[in-house]
Design a protein around this ligand. Structure first.
Ligand SMILES: O=c1nc[nH]c2c1ncn2[C@H]1C[C@H](O)[C@@H](COP(=O)(O)OP(=O)(O)OP(=O)(O)O)O1
Ligand SMILES: [Mg+2]
Length: 202
C-alpha cells in the first residue's frame, strides 16, 4: 500500500458494482464529497468474471475494468463471509455459494450443514470488504475492512442482505438483519473499509 495516496478530485465516480444494495450504500457514503456516483449497470458496463484469489484482487479487477471502460475513476467492492471452522469459506465465493439466480437461504443452509459436518463448536466468523479505487491511467489503491462475530442458526431478521440473518457482531446479541441499517453501517466491514478510503482519498 502506497503512503502517498491519490486524492479523488470533485467530479464523477463510477461505482463498479451490479449489486443495487451496494450501490445504494456507496452513494450515501460519497454524497458529502462533491462526487457524483454513477453505477456500472446504469451506463451498461460489463460485470467482469471474478477470477482473483483474494478480495483485494477481485475488487481491483472490477474497479480497473470499469475505470478503463468509462475513462473515469471507479470504485469497486468485493466482500464476503469467512467462517473460521470452514477454513475461511465461503470467503471470496460468498456470492457464488448462493447460486444463480441468487438464493441466500440456500447459501446460509450450506454454511450450517458444513458446520454440522465439521462437528465443531466454533461458530466464529468475520466479514471482509475490500474497496478498490482505480483511475484510467492504471493507478489503483485497495482498502480492506473487517468485522468479527458469531453465526447463529436459524437466521433472524429481514433488514439486511446476503448472510446478515446469521451474523451476530461481537459485543451485540442481535444479527445484522435485525439491526437498523444505520447501526450496521457504523460497525460493518464496509464501514471499516470506507473509513480508511475516505481518510486516504478525500
Ligand atoms: O454486508 C453484508 N451482509 C451480508 N452479506 C454480505 C455482506 N457483504 C457481502 N456479503 C456477501 C453477500 C454478497 O453477495 C457477497 C459479495 O459478493 P461480491 O462479488 O462482492 O458482490 P456482488 O456479486 O453481490 O456484486 P458486485 O460483484 O457486482 O459488486 O458476500
Ligand atoms: Mg460479484
Amino acid at each position: 500500500m502506497r503512503e502517498n495516496h491519490r486524492k479523488l478530485a470533485p467530479g464523477q465516480l463510477i461505482i463498479a458494482s451490479h449489486n443495487d444494495g451496494k450501490v445504494r450504500e456507496i452513494n450515501a457514503l460519497v454524497k458529502p464529497f462533491a462526487i457524483t456516483a454513477v453505477s456500472a449497470k446504469k451506463i451498461g458496463l460489463i460485470d467482469p468474471e471474478e477470477t482473483g484469489k483474494t478480495f483485494a484482487e477481485n475488487a481491483a479487477l472490477k474497479a480497473r475494468t470499469a475505470a478503463m471502460a468509462a475513462n473515469l475513476p471507479a470504485l469497486a467492492d468485493d466482500s464476503g463471509l469467512c467462517v473460521h471452522a470452514l477454513n475461511g469459506d465461503p470467503g471470496i465465493y460468498s456470492a457464488r455459494w448462493a447460486g444463480e439466480p441468487r438464493d441466500f437461504d440456500r447459501a446460509m443452509k450450506k454454511v450450517e450443514n458444513a458446520l454440522i459436518e465439521a462437528e465443531t463448536e466454533d461458530y466464529t466468523a468475520h466479514f471482509v470488504c475490500a474497496l478498490a479505487l482505480a483511475w484510467p491511467d492504471g493507478h489503483e489503491e485497495v482498502f480492506e475492512g473487517r468485522v468479527n462475530g458469531n453465526l447463529v442458526f436459524p437466521g433472524r431478521g429481514d433488514k439486511g442482505f446476503g448472510y446478515d440473518p446469521i451474523f451476530v457482531p461481537n459485543g451485540h446479541d442481535i444479527t445484522f438483519a435485525e439491526m437498523d441499517p444505520d447501526r450496521k453501517h457504523d460497525m460493518s466491514h464496509r464501514a471499516d473499509a470506507f473509513r480508511k478510503l475516505i481518510k486516504a482519498s478525500f
